[in-house]
Every structure is written in C-alpha cells, then in structure tokens.
Design a protein around this ligand. Structure first.
Ligand SMILES: [Zn+2]
Length: 104
C-alpha cells in the first residue's frame, strides 16, 4: 500500500506542524516514514487507517440499526417511547463520530 496525496496532506503535514519528528525509519507495513512524538515512535498512516476503518464500521452498523428501528415503530406508547430513546442515543453517537472526523 502506498500513500495517497490526501493521506500525506492530512497526516504527515499536521504532524510536522505539531512538532513530531520524522525518523529515518520506515513502517514495515505501509512504507510511510515513522514519527516520534513525546518519546513514542509510531506509524501515523497505519494509525490513521485503523482509526478510519474502525470509525466507518461503527457508523455503518449504527446507521443500519437506526433504519431498522425507524421502520419498526411499535404501536404501544410506552414501547414507542423506549424505542425513540434508543434512536436518540444512536443519533447522538453518530453526531459525535461526525464531529470526531471533522476534527481529524
Ligand atoms: Zn504504517
């Protein structure tokens, strides 16, 4: 896997700006330069990709759950209230994920 320009722009540039040090080593998994920050050596690209995959999966399953709930609304008022509470929680979570993504 090689780095896309978008990944370089979104990962490497902000890291350099935040004071991380680019090392003379390369990641054995993706070939990106390794970085060091606060004594921690890491591959920013692998971490970024992992985070993205993870986020997308959770979001997708939450969205599916939400659709399922929305298409199966109960007639009973008490049940409906519970149902809507769960939907609200899922929507809040989705909003949180969206914000996280915007913040990078
Ligand atoms: Zn890597």
């Amino acid at each position: 896997m090689s780095l896309s320009e978008k990944e370089i722009r979104e990962i490497i540039t902000p890291l350099l700006l935040s004071g991380a040090k680019m090392l003379d080593k390369h990641c054995p998994r993706c070939g990106a330069p390794m970085f060091e920050m606060n004594g921690r050596v890491f591959c920013p690209v692998c971490e970024y990709r992992k985070k993205q995959e993870h986020g997308v999966d959770i979001e997708k399953s939450l969205e599916e759950k939400l659709k399922e709930l929305a298409s199966n609304l109960p007639n009973n008022l008490d049940e409906l209230e519970k149902h809507l509470n769960v939907m609200e929680k899922i929507i809040n979570l989705l909003e949180k994920y969206k914000k996280l993504k915007l913040e990078g």
